[in-house]
Design a protein around this ligand. Structure first.
Ligand SMILES: [Zn+2]
Length: 295
């Protein structure tokens, strides 16, 4: 496709236009014997045309290479979730080329401040927990979300809300997630059906009425976030294989908080790298990126 020509190929095409050495040669031969100043004028006009074409071509090329949006990914560096994060990086690399967006990764919150976040249209929290953030990072993130400076997608750990690893609960984050507190999880995993509750929402496009998710931990919380968020999908606990006594009843797994300005999606599923072989999961991820990153 022409839009995908490499810089070398595009410049090659420009040089094939009449403004070439051959063109100048013909011009010189035709004009030189009779009128030197006319030749000089024509030559200058032709040279201007070449410069204009080159400038326009270079500008068009620069525009074609500009990413549509920039994503900053806060990725959990080393844990049992590394296979998920690693698989996400491979998938995102391909998607960023196909979708023309750029990705930068950070593995802790030390560099996060307002200046850093201002360069990104989407903050992707890849299995990174909502605790042990620097105060500057927490403050900048809160502003980013509340003031809608960019979008947000969080997978799995952002609802690890409570006292973990010696850190207190980040109450603002708990409210962002619908006023919930983490309670338990199915450590032995269960496969289950996820019901799409809002097929009209852009994040759920193409997913149908339900889809299956293999072997997840299905976190439970002290209460359903539903009163405080817009639920997009919930897990049908009756379909757990194997069955588990850990049940919430109303059990949302994908939702968005419409009380903040940032377009945001929380997606619970995100423990195993094999999710990237599940077309429903990758569709959900892709939809979320393009919805949350664009205003
Ligand atoms: Zn997990």
């Amino acid at each position: 496709m022409r839009d995908n020509l490499s810089p070398r190929e595009q410049i090659g095409n420009l040089s094939a236009l009449p403004a070439s050495r051959e063109f100048f040669g013909k011009l010189r031969m035709a004009q030189l014997p009779n009128n030197g100043s006319l030749l000089k004028t024509r030559f200058c006009q032709a040279r201007s045309l070449v410069i204009l074409l080159l400038v326009c071509g270079t500008t068009a090329l620069a525009q074609a290479q500009q990413p549509k949006f920039k994503v900053i990914v806060l990725a959990e560096a080393s844990s049992i979730h590394k296979p998920f994060v690693d698989a996400a990086k491979v998938w995102l690399a391909k998607e960023s080329i196909a979708g023309n967006f750029s990705i930068d990764y950070i593995q802790n919150t030390e560099k996060i401040d307002g200046a850093l976040l201002s360069r990104y249209q989407l903050f992707l929290q890849l299995d990174y927990p909502p605790y042990a953030w620097t105060p500057a990072a927490a403050s900048a993130f809160q502003k980013y979300i509340e003031q809608g400076r960019g979008g947000w997608i969080g997978f799995h750990h952002p609802t690890l809300l409570g006292e973990f690893d010696g850190y207190p609960m980040w109450q603002w984050f708990a409210d962002f997630m619908g006023g919930i507190r983490f309670k338990d999880y199915i450590a032995s995993f269960a496969t289950a059906k996820v019901n799409v509750e809002d097929q009209t929402h852009p994040v759920m496009r193409g997913l149908g009425a339900s889809f299956e998710v293999e072997r997840e931990e299905w976190y439970t919380y002290d209460k359903s976030p539903r009163p405080n968020v817009r639920v997009l999908a919930s897990v049908d606990e009756k379909t757990y294989v194997p069955d588990s006594p850990l049940k919430m009843g109303d059990h949302p797994v994908v939702w968005t908080n419409e009380h903040v300005k940032a377009k945001n999606v929380y997606i619970f599923m995100g423990h195993r790298g094999e999710h990237f072989q599940n077309q429903a999961f990758t569709t959900l991820f892709r939809n979320a990126i393009f919805w949350a990153a664009t205003s």
